[in-house]
Design a protein around this ligand. Structure first.
Ligand code: IMP
Length: 195
């Protein structure tokens, strides 16, 4: 496969570092969308993770003329009928802080016997108009009733991955990355890209 320039349709520095490091073996050059002045993020109004990843990849590819990779992720809680799901970032209203999201989750899960949940990431690589590769990664676990830990972000302090006793927020970044939904999606994408 020849060496390509691929735009990363995210301005999240953590995601940029993780994606470009993980996909480095492909030999392609990954350029964050922030290197392209004037780009405006599209509204994430899709009903699925895949739809949102695809619309971010489409927007970045159209703007730059390059291949584009985008991701969308969130937390899916069984007892809440799959909420917050694609609404994970906005579940407690626009601009909600991490503690607002955590407080809402604690309140909604109070008294729930079924604590099952999973984090999911969907990655979409747009190679050409209408030509996409899609990869998904999940990590199953449980929602606990009070937050623990100060690392990570989002819902990490309430999520204990299956087979572990610590929350994601009590794990180091390397420990979390070893089992995270995002890492699993990246590994699947790497296989699809032929490496
Ligand atoms: P994004 O679309 O990947 O930026 O993620 C959407 C939202 O899902 C984030 O704002 C978080 O609230 C939540 N989320 C996604 N991944 C994680 C994670 O690894 N830990 C905690 N929360 C996450």
């Amino acid at each position: 496969m020849s060496r390509l320039e691929i735009v990363l349709a995210t301005t999240n520095t953590h995601k940029i570092a993780e994606i470009s490091r993980f996909l480095a073996p492909t030999g392609h050059v990954f350029r964050p969308i922030g290197e392209f002045p004037g780009y405006i993020d599209p509204e994430e109004n899709g009903e699925t993770f895949e739809a949102n990843a695809r619309l971010k990849a489409d927007a970045a590819a159209r703007f730059t003329g390059l291949e584009a990779i985008a991701d969308d992720s969130g937390l899916v809680v069984a007892a809440l009928g799959g909420e917050p799901g694609v609404q994970s970032a906005r579940w407690a209203g626009p601009g909600a802080t991490q503690s607002m999201l955590i407080d809402k989750m604690i309140a909604r899960m109070r008294g729930q016997a079924d604590r099952r949940a999973y984090f999911v990431t969907v990655l979409v690589l747009r190679r050409a108009p209408g030509d996409y590769l899609m990869a998904e990664g999940r990590v199953e676990g449980q929602i606990i009733d009070a937050p623990r830990g100060a690392m990570g972000f989002g819902y990490d302090p309430l999520f204990v991955p299956s087979g572990h006793s610590k929350t994601f927020a009590e794990l180091t970044l390397d420990e979390k990355n070893a089992l995270s939904h995002r890492t699993r999606a990246l590994a699947a994408m790497l296989r699809l890209m032929g490496r």
